[in-house]
Design a protein around this ligand. Structure first.
Ligand SMILES: [Mn+2]
Length: 258
């Protein structure tokens, strides 16, 4: 069977920010994505297609629609904080790095993907963005907004390390994958979902009550996790099942339609 094509969202990096070792590249901008996402999609049996940075014409529904038409699903990857203008009136917390155009591009991808009945998997920033798209919001900074003993921003640990447990809700996509009600995950986020968006249900949460996974009750195969399975799967192969299940659902739908 032909591999499902998955559009992997990318970010823009200005060449001059790449540092001294890359001075010869400093005059240009680059669309980039962590290779971990590409590896995970490949390993799970999909064909990853890195999304181009469409900076000037992202509002063009025809162009963006053609892009979405070329794939079966979208993987919304991690990255910078989302500009608070998308969910709040003002920014008041530790938010240093923003890319408002990336936000708008990806919100447009979500809009068109839902319209065209495509699958969406969100990870970390992608998890938060999907929630915001559906009308939810996020805590701008866990440290300042909440009291928790858990280290959600596990900065000094190897990125694959299991940092905290998450409880998995029964009858969810995640419970069908892991078949357990408690798993351990890595954690690299200083923001977190506050209010869930419309027609989303919580599928995983940490012991301090933060939402770490959700799925849509309205759209099939639209779901997200706060942790980084694309980093974990090389060490904990069960985390690859997240990508495999995302692709399986696409394949099953295909065979239903044929
Ligand atoms: Mn966490």
């Amino acid at each position: 069977m032909v591999r499902p094509k998955i559009l992997v969202s990318s970010f823009l990096r200005e060449g001059y920010k790449l540092g001294k070792n890359f001075e010869m590249l400093s005059d240009f901008d680059y669309g980039m994505v962590s290779q971990n996402y590409v590896n995970a999609v490949l390993e799970a049996g999909g064909l990853p297609i890195v999304s181009p940075q469409i900076r000037k014409t992202y509002k063009d529904n025809t162009l963006m629609g053609e892009l979405v038409d070329t794939v079966d699903g979208i993987l919304l990857t991690g990255g910078y904080d989302i500009d608070p203008e998308n969910y709040d009136k003002y920014s008041y917390k530790k938010i240093k790095f923003l890319d408002g155009i990336r936000d708008k591009q990806e919100l447009k991808l979500i809009e068109l993907a839902l319209k065209k009945d495509k699958a969406i998997l969100g990870i970390c920033r992608g998890f938060q963005l999907l929630n915001i798209y559906f009308g939810g919001d996020i805590y701008q900074d866990i440290k300042q907004d909440l009291e928790t003993e858990y280290l959600h921003f596990g900065g000094r640990f190897p990125k694959c390390k299991k940092i905290h447990p998450v409880s998995i809700e029964k009858d969810s996509i995640l419970s069908s994958i892991f078949n357990q009600d408690l798993i351990e995950v890595n954690s690299f986020h200083h923001q977190a979902v506050r209010k869930l968006g419309d027609n989303l249900i919580k599928t995983a949460y940490s012991p301090d009550g933060l939402i770490e996974g959700f799925e849509s009750t309205k759209y099939e195969n639209v779901w997200a996790v706060q942790w980084h399975p694309e980093i974990m799967f090389s060490y904990y192969p069960e985390q690859l099942l997240i990508f495999k299940e995302f692709l399986n659902k696409i394949k099953n739908k295909r065979s239903d339609q044929s």
